[in-house]
Write a protein that binds this ligand. Sequence first.
Ligand SMILES: [Zn+2]
Length: 300
Amino acid sequence: MTGGRVGKSASTARYAGSGFRLRVQRRRTAVTLAEAVSRTVIVVALFSVTATAIQLVSVADEIAIGRQAQAEVRTQTPELGDAAVQAHVARVGRRLAAHARGARYPYSFSVANYREINAFALPGGPVWVNRGALEAARNEAQLAGILAHEIAHVSQRHAAEQLSNAMVTTLGLNFLGALLGNSGGATAASIAARYVASGAFLKFSRDNEREADRVGAGIMERAGWDPHGMIELMQTMREQERRDPSSVEQFFSNHPSPQDRVALLTRLVPRTRIGTRDSAAFQSIRARLKKLPPAKTMAR
Ligand SMILES: [Zn+2]
């Protein structure tokens, strides 16, 4: 810092979206507005890295980004065209989502006609499950286990956390500034949505994954399904890995090893089996799936 204190003033900038209150030292004459904004953005970015990054993306931002990403994903994903299967998955999903804690997100449930065992959640509520996962699940509690894990990623705001990190490290400060309302929030949301839909985003941290298992098991229990379904599905996936490694490859690259997940869940879930394990409706959708033409293979 050079020169005296003459000509400087302190001003306080408040960002409605993030709730941060910052003091910005500003030279009244020499610093342009653009410089002041970008300097402020840097301060916000540093603050978010050292404190809690999740606050950069509001629930409303997440929902807006998720809606746009969902529109993008729909154009790229072959949706399973069987109304009965879709309806049952959505019924199980909605009952689970009603027992999720935190913000009320507009959850939706779609089935991709892919053979691989996989599922993912977009920010703010859209959940996708592959047909391969439905076929691998031997009872309804196992299906509920897959969906509850994805719902937990949404309710725990893991997308907001990852997106905030990406905004700071990858997408740059202009984007960050836009999301904070300095210029067109809608543009920022559509950039974020494209980024999310590209798949680059779908990797959560190992901590996020463990939390999704823990919180997901709680959601299952409250919604009335036996949380052992989640453990059983992981055991099924280990068997599947021996039989058909390519069908679980992607899932295993994005998640902790099933051994670790089984160990964590076995500690959490009560030994006694409580809650629904299966339903006639679930077995009838499994029978329907067997009669449909084979599922597609996901592009690598
Ligand atoms: Zn996950």
